[in-house]
Design a protein around this ligand. Structure first.
Ligand SMILES: Nc1ncnc2c1ncn2[C@@H]1O[C@H](COP(=O)(O)OP(=O)(O)OP(=O)(O)O)[C@@H](O)[C@H]1O
Ligand SMILES: [Mg+2]
Length: 479
């Protein structure tokens, strides 16, 4: 099969699809992992709040039973400025919170002012009583507050957190107890209880879990992306291959249609011209021979008629060769012999144009084909090479073996093939020359097709055009 090689064309949607899928997978995984991590943090906080509430109730009970009641009975009234009372309350609070992660306990009076604190220096201070303390005193609701010394995002990056980075503050109304009868309702409020707990360790565990989820989701995204990428790439390659194949078939179909319609017209016109043209050419040749001796104006005119009619019959023959290609009569053909004949034909023209020929092809390059047709193909390729160089240059011809084939290569030192012409070279009637018919390479192409050969036309890396014609060898022939 004859073919012309072109550069590969990238399939852009593949890149687009794979990158969007990566972003999509990453975004979905990120959202899911942030959601899961938030849920975990929320439930950790709820657990700690439940625990704090139990501790607050226990503190309330211990203070009322072991301090409020005995003090009222013993002293008549509660007066925390009295060191004995303060000492007793301190002992009860410390024994209750012992072994829990409680940083500080305070009791506010109705001022509100710190009436008691495990940090004695704060007694009498009013500054830290906020809205939550007011609400515990009146109407008596408890509340929680998460106090963090570090931002949650920064905490995510840090491997180890300092103690007290995350603290849970609980504010609870301190009530008198009325016994176990629910009908009596809660007792009167005596003050507001506030304590802070260090929950950094629990928070650290949740953060570790969050990092784990993020890492796992990132890794799974990458794996999913790699699998997707492989699939999309394969699909892209298949689509690109099919598109190229379709383009090639369309080109061939287009060419065949052109051939069919033009071929008929060309063939009939050429056929009509050929016979009278033969007579003109023969007569001109005869007259020229008769007046050969004389070097007058008439002989020159006759010479011009003869040369032009010769060129015209060549063109007509080209048309007919193209329009009505004959089936090859195959036999063993020596490429060296064909080259010898073609070069002999072009010898004078090459000398006139000052073109050097480098052709070191020994005999024995036997291929299976029609000698006349192979001659015609090589003739056309050499004609193009010569025409491309105009004046002076070099044509290198080689014949190289490959399994089951001989490849004839013609490399000229001309300007090379124009980029814009590359995919039209073998189209019938495509030419960039003023006097060209554009049938030369079309004929070469169809000859190569009929010989099951291959035609590659490209530019040589060092400049000039490079035409490669690969012919099959007869089965018994050896390299
Ligand atoms: N060796 C070459 N160097 C540069 N361009 C070439 C070469 N061979 C072919 N071409 C380009 O390919 C075109 C088609 O070649 P083709 O032989 O089919 O027609 P042509 O040479 O123009 O006309 P014709 O062969 O009928 O005289 C040429 O017009 C030329 O532009
Ligand atoms: Mg040509």
């Amino acid at each position: 099969m004859a073919k012309i090689t072109f550069g590969p064309r990238p399939f852009q949607p593949v890149k687009f699809l794979s990158w969007t899928s990566l972003l999509l997978i990453l975004a979905v995984n990120l959202v899911v992992s942030v959601f899961i991590a938030n849920q975990a943090r929320q439930s950790m906080l709820e657990k700690n709040q439940e625990f704090s509430l139990l501790l607050a109730e226990n503190l309330n009970h211990q203070i009322f039973q072991r301090f409020t009641l005995p003090t009222v009975i013993g002293f008549g009234r509660i007066e925390l400025k009295n060191p004995a009372q303060y000492e007793r309350l301190d002992q009860i609070v410390l024994s209750t919170i012992h072994s829990f992660h409680v940083l500080e306990v305070r009791i506010y009076d109705f001022e509100p002012e710190v009436a008691y604190s495990t940090n004695a220096g704060l007694v009498g201070s009013r500054e830290s009583a906020g809205k939550a303390v007011q609400e515990a005193l009146e109407p008596g609701v408890h509340s929680f507050e998460l106090v963090s010394r570090i931002s949650p995002w920064w905490a995510l990056i840090k491997l180890h957190l300092e103690p007290e980075s995350f603290v849970l503050r609980t504010i609870y109304p301190l009530r008198a107890e009325r016994g176990f009868d629910p009908a009596t309702g809660p007792g009167p409020i005596m003050g507001a209880l506030e304590f802070t707990q260090d929950i950094t360790e629990d928070y650290e565990a949740v953060l570790f879990f969050q990092v784990l989820i993020l890492a796992a989701s990132f890794a799974s995204s990458l794996i999913l992306f790699s699998v997707l990428y492989v699939f999309i790439r394969r699909a892209g390659q298949t689509i690109a291959k099919r598109a190229q194949e379709k383009e090639r078939l369309e080109r061939e179909l287009h060419q065949n249609e052109k051939l069919a319609s033009m071929g008929r017209t060309v063939a009939s016109i050429a056929h009509e011209i050929r016979n009278p043209l033969g007579i003109i050419r023969g007569t001109a040749e005869l007259l020229l021979k008769r007046s050969q001796a004389k070097d007058d104006q008439q002989t020159k005119l006759l010479g011009a008629i003869y040369e032009e009619s010769k060129r015209l019959s060549q063109t007509v023959n080209d048309f007919l060769d193209y329009a009505r290609p004959r089936a090859p009569q195959k036999g063993e053909v020596d490429l060296a012999q064909v080259l010898e004949q073609v070069l002999a034909f072009w010898e004078r023209e090459m000398a006139d144009q000052n073109v050097r020929i480098s052709c070191n092809v020994g005999p024995g390059k036997i291929v299976l084909g029609d000698k006349d047709l192979i001659y015609r193909a090589v003739y056309n390729v050499l004609a193009n090479a010569l025409q491309a160089m105009k004046t002076q240059g070099e044509i290198r011809i080689t014949v190289e073996p490959s399994p089951g084939h001989w490849t004839l290569t013609v490399h000229d030192s001309g300007p090379g093939i124009d980029q814009s012409a590359r995919d039209k070279l073998v189209d019938p009637f495509f030419t960039t020359k003023e006097s060209g018919t554009g049938l030369g390479l079309s004929i070469v192409h169809s000859i190569m097709l009929s010989h099951n050969g291959q035609l590659h036309i490209d530019n040589h890396p060092q400049g000039g055009a490079l035409v490669r014609m690969t012919f099959p060898r007869p089965n018994k022939a050896k390299a």
